[in-house]
Design a protein around this ligand. Structure first.
Ligand SMILES: *Cc1c(COP(=O)(O)O)cnc(C)c1O
Ligand SMILES: *[C@@H]1O[C@H](CO)[C@@H](O)[C@H](O)[C@H]1NC(C)=O
Ligand SMILES: *[C@@H]1O[C@H](CO)[C@@H](O)[C@H](O)[C@H]1NC(C)=O
Ligand SMILES: *[C@@H]1O[C@H](CO)[C@@H](O)[C@H](O)[C@H]1NC(C)=O
Ligand SMILES: *[C@@H]1O[C@H](CO)[C@@H](O)[C@H](O)[C@H]1NC(C)=O
Length: 800
């Protein structure tokens, strides 16, 4: 359709009205008990929000009214929604999790704030050009953002560089450069409970006098141009998922959000108004009773030395008192197992940028090692392992160790992940402070990931068990009483088919590809990573292709295999994996012998909005990481809730999914963590599998010999070489089990009734994976708060 400027203006004024409504709500919500209760601060460098309009309508129960209103204007709500840009301020699962948590915290009536950075450019847009990934800047603010409101009255200064002076009156950090942090607030409405929380994102502003101290003619222009240097801080999201890049600008970003947020926390703690009651506090000793700071990964780890700096240098507390307040306030979540994600900042970088913080970190370490030395006299190796400071060519600070020492609670994001942390990586720390270690299995919000993205399925469920399951996902268990009910089986299968037809139409319109909606939709969408093993999927595709070519007349189960995801721009292998997928597609999709029975599609620019379209249309969910590498995964849960079956390894939350739905209702294959460990000891020899398994050898020879890259035979040599000689993730070791398991999948798909019964078992087992459950556990077990499903009465609510 043709858009006039008027339509987007309308959308804007429409959503301005909605956000005004929300801001009004904010004033209604007085949190009657807030003066007594705790507030939780969720610090994260990423919030992968996606679109806001539909989610707002769902949570405020405005959907029908808005549909009706736009219809009266001769407009279509869905077309209107398609104009909204995704807020892509995240890389993948972690950022999306933060967004789900905000929804759950508001829906559970917790007084919670999300704090992060308002990146001018979010995660890049991915274009596929000649089969390769090309990155494009994500200029999401180009037409403005109607959901946010700038709050210049709360602007805060953040200091960098300078030097430390130890004076008689205490320690001073002087000669610093100042950057201002300007907050933008976005309302976060709970699900139909009249609670609206705030997500506050900071934007960097140069002060008016930036670089102007001693300008002369000509210097003025340069000084104004140089304001960019300061404002660079909030310019762009680093596009790495699970990978640490030790850039000064990134460290500046991390400190920027921490320093601005802590000033806000302290201000709010010292003086808050609750209606007519005003609370004024002079010192910070009760801070831990009122404030919980959740450090999402080590990215906001500087909160620990920053809080210490405030307590010591501004509040003039003793070290012991300050340390007690700090550790009781902070808690730390570790989100990955991969060592390459670990943040280790060089001390010379810290010395230059944040000299006072480095001093404090050294003192934290000195006291920490003193304690360990007392517990384990003479165990020098242990001291070295547990130190916050890593010696070597370049001295570095291990931020994970800083977080463990400076927090009262440490958790992993799935049971298997928490166990791995305790047993191996954080073992020494677990031995001295076992009470600190917890597990909090991740979750997803059922509002966005069911009610909003799959209304057909939500309704079929509501017809059987009512609507309460939307706030209390455990109630999905009630579906088990209908598992043999033909009408439910029929309805669930029908919704899936409708979603598939809708997605096929979308693909045809936007990507100009035609797919067979009666084929099995076999989907792997997530960041491209060696550990997630998109390459194992590729080997299955090639094997299937070769088999069909060999026996074209056999009764094959038709499949459309779709893979999507972004590769970090600097990650060579990941980009080559994308090229391999598109190359396989070019050969397979144009083979007339194969025809409709196998199609391979690379889904360009996977993001939250695309996830909302593809997941409800999927039959099979690929969760095939090497056991012990995916901390939790949340994509796996979204598929399960939307009626796709999982083929997966015993990794991350898959383990708990199998437990909840019954292992017989998932397609589990391959090595377990113990098998992988044993293989690490005995040695993994890829050549062994290559020589022993003819179909694997054939597939590899085709990749290596240019079968998929006729114009450049050695295009994939780096992938071939990696798989054969230095594959950290042991793709070949799971190849046979994976292929066998896929045969079972194909066989079951031929029996739609049995397939759908298995789907129902999966949906019924989803209760645990609501982020409401995750947040309730964080609230009770870490933050000392009590979640509530109560609806706060809003006296002047026009809808009451
Ligand atoms: C859920 C989600 C992810 C996480 O997927 P995993 O399979 O858990 O890695 C990544 N990107 C987007 C856009 C998502 O919605
Ligand atoms: C965790 O941190 C990561 C990385 O900064 C980020 O993607 C996300 O916002 C955070 N989310 C959660 C829930 O931990
Ligand atoms: C910041 O912006 C300036 C001016 O645009 C640019 O020259 C500089 O390279 C940027 N600095 C960093 C660290 O990105
Ligand atoms: C989480 O902890 C493990 C074990 O130390 C580490 O390998 C991983 O990199 C940590 N993650 C981050 C982001 O620090
Ligand atoms: C998970 O953590 C909770 C506390 O957070 C604990 O009670 C439970 O035993 C843990 N479960 C496992 C299997 O580790």
């Amino acid at each position: 359709m043709y858009f006039t400027g008027g339509l987007s203006l309308l959308l804007e004024s429409f959503s301005i009205k909605l956000s005004l409504l929300l801001l009004k709500y904010e004033n209604w919500v007085l949190f009657p008990t807030l003066a007594k209760s705790t507030r939780v601060y969720y610090l994260s460098l990423e919030f992968y929000m996606g679109r806001t309009l539909q989610n707002t309508m769902v949570n405020l129960a405005l959907e029908n009214a808005c549909d009706e209103a736009t219809y009266q204007l001769g407009l279509d709500m869905e077309e209107l929604q398609d104009i909204e840009e995704d807020a892509g301020l995240g890389n993948g699962g972690l950022g999306r999790l933060a967004a789900c948590f905000l929804d759950s915290m508001a829906s559970l009536g917790l007084a919670a704030y999300g704090y992060g950075i308002r990146y001018e450019f979010g995660i890049f847009n991915q274009k596929i050009v000649n089969g390769w990934q090309v990155e494009e800047a994500d200029d999401w603010l180009r037409y403005g953002n109607p959901w946010e409101k700038a709050r210049p009255e709360y602007m805060r200064p953040v200091h960098f560089y300078g030097r430390v002076e130890h004076t008689a009156e205490g320690v001073k950090w002087v000669d610093t450069q100042v950057v201002l942090a300007l907050p933008y607030d976005t309302p976060v409405p709970g699900y139909r409970n009249n609670v609206v929380n705030t997500m506050r994102l900071w934007s960097a502003k140069a002060p008016c006098d930036f670089n102007l101290k001693d300008f002369n003619v000509g210097g003025y222009i340069q000084a104004v141009l140089d304001r960019n240097v300061a404002e660079n801080i909030s310019r762009v999201l680093y596009p790495n998922d699970n990978f640490f890049e030790g850039k000064e600008l990134r460290l500046k970003q991390e400190y920027f959000v921490v320093a601005a947020t802590l000033q806000d926390i302290v201000r709010r703690f010292k003086s808050s108004k609750f209606g007519s009651t005003e609370v004024v506090r002079v010192d910070l000793s009760t801070l831990p009773d009122k404030v919980a700071i959740q450090l999402n990964d080590t990215h906001p780890a500087m909160a620990i030395p920053e809080l210490m700096r405030i307590l010591l240098d501004t509040e003039h507390q003793t070290w012991e008192k300050a340390w007690d307040i700090c550790t009781r306030t902070c808690a730390y979540t570790n989100h990955t197992v991969l060592p390459e994600a670990l943040e280790r900042w060089p001390t010379d970088l810290l010395q230059n940028l944040l000299p006072r913080h480095l001093e404090i970190i050294y003192e934290i370490n000195r006291r920490h090692l003193e304690r360990i030395a007392k517990l384990y006299p003479g165990d020098h190796d242990r001291l070295r392992r547990m130190s916050l400071v890593e010696e070597g060519d370049q001295k570095k600070i291990n931020m994970a160790h800083l977080c463990i020492v400076g927090s009262h609670a440490v958790n992993g994001v799935a049971r298997i992940h928490s166990d791995i942390l305790k047993a191996t990586l954080f073992k020494d720390f677990y031995e001295v402070d076992p009470h600190k270690f917890q597990n909090k299995t991740n979750g997803i919000t059922p509002r966005r990931w069911l009610v909003m993205c799959n209304p057909g399925l939500a309704e079929v469920i509501a017809e059987r068990i009512g609507e309460d399951y939307i706030r209390d996902l455990d109630q999905l268990k009630k579906l088990l009483t209908f598992v043999d009910d033909d009408s439910l089986i029929h309805d669930i299968a029908k919704v899936k088919q409708e979603n598939k037809l809708k997605f096929s139409a979308y693909l045809e319109e936007h990507y100009k590809v035609k797919i067979n909606p009666n084929s099995m939709f076999d989907v792997q969408v997530k960041r491209i990573h060696e550990y997630k093993r998109q390459l194992l999927n590729c080997l299955h595709i090639i094997t299937l292709y070769n088999r069909i070519k060999k026996e074209p007349n056999k009764n094959w189960t038709p499949r459309t295999i779709m893979i999507g995801g972004k590769a970090a721009p600097g990650y060579h292998t990941a980009k080559l994996i994308i090229r391999l997928i598109t190359a396989i597609g070019e050969i397979v999709n144009h083979d007339t012998v194969v025809g409709d029975r196998l199609k391979v599609i690379f889904l360009e620019n996977y993001k939250v909005t695309l996830a909302e379209k593809i997941i409800p249309a999927s039959d099979l969910s690929e969760q095939i990481s090497t056991a012990g590498t995916e901390a939790s995964g949340t994509g796996n849960m979204k598929f399960m809730l939307n009626g796709a079956l999982t083929i997966g390894t015993m990794d991350g939350a898959n383990v708990e999914m199998a437990e909840e739905a019954g292992e017989e209702n998932l397609f589990i294959f391959g090595m377990r963590v113990d098998d992988v460990d044993a293989m690490d000891k005995s040695g993994y020899d890829a050549m062994d599998y290559y020589n022993r398994i003819p179909e694997l050898k054939q597939a590899m020879d085709q990749i290596a010999g240019g079968f998929f890259s006729p114009d450049q035979h050695d295009l994939f040599k780096d992938i071939v070489n990696m798989l054969l000689h230095h594959d950290r993730f042991k793709v070949f070791a799971d190849y046979e089990a994976y292929i066998k398991c896929q045969e079972k999948v194909s066989a079951l798909y031929k029996n739609p009734k049995e397939w759908t019964k298995m789907v129902i078992h999966n949906i019924a087992g989803c209760g645990k994976f609501s982020s409401d459950r995750t947040i309730s556990q964080y609230a009770r077990e870490i933050w000392g708060m009590e979640p509530s499903l109560e609806r706060i009465p809003a006296p002047d609510d026009p809808r009451q």
